[in-house]
Design a protein around this ligand. Structure first.
Ligand code: TXA
Ligand code: MG
Length: 336
């Protein structure tokens, strides 16, 4: 299939494709999404196929107004309404009881559904002009880092999807925060662009899903159980100082390994290949997936990065790095 390149100020072609049951990549403020009509089984099947995504992992549905939520849920609990009023459009996906009108493939058979209003003009235009709720997982092949540029999407999905709307690099760089409002306890299932602290300032204390504090526990957000965001070379988190990171890298270089490093400063010479994640966690979030993808264009054999303190936006960055590492943490002081 030929994948059409669509300018973000000329979305009519994208609208036409979506209405015809085709799937296209669209920019959002977090990462690029792979969009299709949430009520069309055929379109949703194409999304799972193009991504190679396991069918038990539900998709989130993108809408352009709070009123449009009524297409997919029968009622909105007050706490969810507060979150919508404050954080939409934005990087917050709210899980609510589904009214069953979305394709059952979207919800992977669950009786809940994730809704989000993206803060991106091209995405909102596609939703409004098509009149559809758009199911859209991140537009990467399953297991790869999420795409933050149209080129990342093309690298993974060219030839497999009908179009790519190019909106340039995304602003936030990590996915939305997923918050479960179906039970008595409001729970963050996936940390993301909206921080726990920002949410708690609005609705009071919320729980973190067990998998975010206890790495062994079974995750409730089905997507969280898969290895994700991983470059080909193994990633190791160094639980220690910047000097510990240098020492660990030197030791591995001494035994002949070619090393990649991610650093939270502008020091480009630490290892054979070093990518800077910048000096703020907001910038780290923007750069993270591009850096993880770029390691695959190099011949590094192992990748090292300092473990970071998981507060604010850094909770999402830490979570993605932890997933990329598959839980491989090096403790230099203990291992020495
Ligand atoms: O920022 C984002 O959220 C991006 C952009 C494109 O909007 N989308 C995205 O979608 O990251 P995806 O499919 O890659 O991640 C959605 C996450 C998955 O971990 C999935 O398991 C979870 O949300 N999820 C979706 N529906 C759910 C439900 N009903 N209950 C629990 N978790 C759900
Ligand atoms: Mg994803």
């Amino acid at each position: 299939m030929e994948t059409k390149w669509i300018k973000s100020n000329e979305v009519e072609e994208g609208v036409r494709l979506l209405q015809a049951g085709e799937i296209i990549a669209m920019p959002t403020e977090t990462v690029y999404g792979l969009a299709g009509d949430a009520m069309n089984d055929m379109a949703i099947r194409k999304i799972f196929e193009a991504k190679g995504r396991p069918s038990d992992n539900p998709l989130i549905v993108h809408i352009a107004s709070i009123e449009q939520a009524n297409m997919f849920v029968d009622s909105i609990p007050p706490v969810a309404k507060r979150l919508m009023d404050v954080f939409w459009p934005g990087a917050l996906t709210i899980i609510l009881p589904s009214n069953g009108r979305a394709s059952s493939l979207v919800t992977a058979g669950l009786d809940s559904i994730g809704l989000r209003m993206p803060n991106h003009s091209a995405a909102l235009e596609l939703i409004r002009e098509s009149g559809l709720g758009l199911a859209a997982p991140s537009a990467n092949r399953s297991g790869r880092p999420s795409p933050t540029t149209a080129q990342h999407v093309a690298d993974d999905l060219a030839g497999r999807i009908a179009g790519i709307v190019d909106g340039g690099p995304t602003g936030i760089g990590v996915e939305s925060t997923v918050i479960d409002c179906t039970g008595d306890v409001v729970t963050i299932l996936r940390p993301g662009g909206v921080t726990r602290e920002e949410i708690e300032a609005v609705i009071g204390s919320v729980a973190l899903d067990a998998n975010l504090s206890d790495e062994e526990a079974a995750p409730k957000s089905p997507g969280m159980k898969y290895t994700h965001y991983a470059p080909t070379a193994p990633v190791f988190l160094v639980d220690g100082t910047r000097e510990d990171l240098e020492r660990v890298i030197e030791e591995r270089q001494r035994v002949g390994r070619r090393i990649g490093a991610l650093v939270f400063d502008e020091e480009p010479t630490l290892a054979e290949v070093t990518f800077s994640l910048g000096t703020s966690m907001e910038v780290a979030a923007q750069r993270l997936y591009d850096a993880l993808r770029r390691f695959d264009e190099t011949d590094v054999e192992e990748i090292y990065v300092n473990k970071i303190e998981p507060v604010g936006v850094a909770l999402a960055v830490y979570n993605r790095l932890y997933k990329a590492s598959g839980g491989k943490v090096v403790q230099p002081t203990k291992d020495a």
